[in-house]
Write a protein that binds this ligand. Sequence first.
Ligand SMILES: *Cc1c(COP(=O)(O)O)cnc(C)c1O
Length: 481
Amino acid sequence: MRGNDEPKMLYISTRGGGEPQRFTDILLEGLAPDGGLYLPEAYPRVPDAELSAMRAMGYSELAYAVLSRFIDDIPTADLRALVERSYTAAVFRSDEITPVKTLAPGLHLLGLANGPTLAFKDLAMQFLGGLFEYVRAKRGEELNILGATSGDTGSAAEYALRGRRGIRVFMLSPHRRMSSFQTAQMFSLADPNIFNIAVRGVFDDCQDIVKAVSNDAQFKSRYRIGTVNSINWARVAAQIVYYFKGYFAVTRSDSEPVDFAVPSGNFGNIYAGFIARSMGLPIRRLILASNENNVLDEFFRTGRYRARKSSEVLATSSPSMDISRASNFERYVYDLVGRDGAKVKEFWSQLDTKGEFDLSRTGYFARVPETGFVSGSSTHQDRLDTIRQVWRDYGVMIDTHTADGVKVGLEHRSPGVPLVCLETALPVKFDAAIREALGRDPDRPAGLENLESLPQRFEVVDADVQAVKACIAARCPAMDA
Ligand SMILES: *Cc1c(COP(=O)(O)O)cnc(C)c1O
């Protein structure tokens, strides 16, 4: 047992190396030094009495109740203020922050896409923006955030960090490969601390450049580079909150089981659901939906985890789920193998050398049902059919990613168990598919009518690490000894 003045929450690596760390020490880190991902030493359990107290809470109070279990090195009043400033009706367009739409008895959509960039990543990123600014101010240092995006992550990060004191954002994106709406969203930001770098290449080139810059320890510390990618622990933690919120919205008592259907790519969103379940929230099933890039669905059906080559990744109409491997998956596997870091290390070294590992004939794979996961995948035609069906039957327009979740969710639906499908983006972000499915344009939220006609700010560089470093160096004073 630890005493009262000892930390109650420490973070360890999925590969078993290094010393346990505190929350703010891992906040700006990507990988742990041994190449693993950070996660809590143990998931905090929520006692029944506290669960029933949470039912009555508004979003930011609930967010504090959840996040304070994972963050114990920021004073209570400061953490409360950070949470309250992140989750406001002004930013998320409703008091509920994540409103539930009931399509039919027992069938619900959890609206996660009402933030500034109209995708669920805003929910974590808005909180992260405040946290970064807070931690930076405490340390009295400037901070330069470097990221790579294929669309949704980059815009969510820019909208969360625009205008923040002492923080600059350098966001790499593949030149001319994002949707015109996504491009306009990012490139029309006029804040002087936001730098859009369009790389002549594909998303993987952008990601490789970020990795190369992060691996240059000297450059990284000279320019105080931090990252915001999908493995960031604080992002995962902030996503746990809306599983609680969604659960309470569709149940009357704290013993009813609920299923969640989650359109998945890098496994960050659904892994947050797995943590909520591990904390004691009565989630029966976590229904994972893939698109044609079905790395995860293949694992949950067969036990074989096979990374795809970049050249094998298909460009689909749910592009935010187009992945070659799922960056947060290692955290789940760590739990699946009984938190044995040596085992994780072994599987990931097989992944590096052979491109895959296979748990099908191990006891580990037999444990998957206990963890609540089931899965399925969908095609472009399935998305169109689902968008049409939900529009026809319920008069509600959903985007392509949400459609993947609804399609697979309905396949796994059980009578008597409420099904909550996560709405991860609004249809206006991916309007070509809506026109194809419904023969009309999606509605635009107020204020975004003329987005594409605003002036755009970006610079184009070759897919070259030195060129990107030069871009950063030209805009930042170096911290020299
Ligand atoms: C990022 C994203 C996803 C995938 O979420 P993961 O956490 O990477 O699994 C799904 N839908 C939309 C709209 C997204 O932006």
